[in-house]
Write a protein that binds this ligand. Structure first.
Ligand SMILES: NC(=O)c1ccc[n+]([C@@H]2O[C@H](COP(=O)([O-])OP(=O)(O)OC[C@H]3O[C@@H](n4cnc5c(N)ncnc54)[C@H](O)[C@@H]3O)[C@@H](O)[C@H]2O)c1
Length: 276
């Protein structure tokens, strides 16, 4: 399937889609880890489980989003999406030297977390026009680095979103409102880093803006092995702290409810965490 759609089959991912191997996930009492000599890491003594857990996904994904964005000291960074990935991208942007970080979403509780735990300035896209606000807040330039932590499940306002929704019904596109907006907002010569997942094809991709503003676009599934040890270090030194993402601790038996809360963003759920 992967070769047919993408030209190559990139990797297997545990608990992910059939295009990436269809491997069972890790929500179980025990799991067998293939190639365990490279695929498991020892958690340092001082890091509790509720922090270490996030080093498997939200932390490296957010960090890679900031890393691929090429953040330099003093940069202004805008992050679309205040889920676990977006919030860790914000903390990572700070670690890498960003001077200001803007957080974009529509859920007030997530925007509040972004400002309280990630040092970001919150922008609710249901209340303000994001391109206008970012232009104004950056003195007309636009953010240096824009990070898409939303992906194909984006929601939005206006004609572009309705267009995506309609064409998605016929499997002709995925919803790329957040990515379009990031490309539109990014300053000339800036970088757009895409950690939000897209699966196949998207429509009305603003290639003209990419070419004429000389934007760099980078993306990828997170490279866990590359970042895990470094992230343990950031957590040990208190530079990164994902523990507030754990909004709903529950038992493994409550898994279906946890998935429902997470998927539909009910009861302020950011991450449901199951203890076997
Ligand atoms: N590349 C990778 O390796 C990797 C790894 C993990 C997750 N992901 C992807 O990262 C993305 C985010 O993951 P998550 O767990 O934080 O998801 P999440 O659903 O918890 O958060 C996504 C956030 O985006 C917000 N959003 C929706 N439309 C928006 C818009 N138009 N503008 C701004 N914000 C908008 C939602 O309100 C939500 O808060 C997903 O696409 C996920 O699949 C990628």
């Amino acid at each position: 399937m992967a070769e047919a759609v993408w030209g190559h089959s990139p990797a297997g991912i545990i608990g992910y889609s059939h295009a990436l191997g269809g491997w069972a996930g890790s929500h179980a009492s025990f799991i067998r880890v293939p190639f365990a000599d490279v695929n498991v890491f020892k958690v340092p003594e001082g890091i509790p489980d509720e922090k270490a857990l996030f080093v498997s996904d939200a932390c490296p994904t957010g960090f890679m989003g900031a890393d691929l964005a090429g953040i330099q000291s003093g940069d202004i960074v805008a992050v679309w999406g205040c889920g676990g990935v977006g919030q860790m991208a914000m903390q990572s942007a700070r670690i890498l030297g960003a001077e200001r970080v803007f957080a974009i979403d529509r859920f007030p509780e997530r925007l509040r977390m972004a400002s309280e735990h990630c040092g970001a300035e919150a922008l609710n896209y249901e209340e303000v026009d994001i391109p206008e606000a970012l232009t104004e807040l950056t003195g007309g330039r636009g953010p240096d680095r824009c990070i898409d932590c939303v992906g194909m499940e984006a929601h939005g306002m206006g004609v572009g979103y309705l267009y995506d929704l309609a064409k998605q019904q016929a499997l002709l596109t995925e919803r790329i409102v957040a990515l379009r907006e990031a490309i539109r907002c990014c300053r000339k010569g800036g970088t757009v880093s895409v950690m939000g997942v897209y699966g196949a094809f998207v429509d009305k991709f603003p290639m003209g803006a990419v070419v004429n503003k000389a934007l760099t676009i980078r993306s990828g599934q997170q490279h866990g092995q590359r970042y895990v040890d470094r992230l343990f270090g950031h957590i040990e030194r208190g530079e990164m702290d994902p523990s507030h993402l754990l909004t709903h601790p529950m038992s493994l038996e409550q898994g279906p409810r946890g998935y429902d809360l997470f998927k539909n963003k009910k009861e302020g759920c950011v991450r449901a965490v199951f203890t076997p």
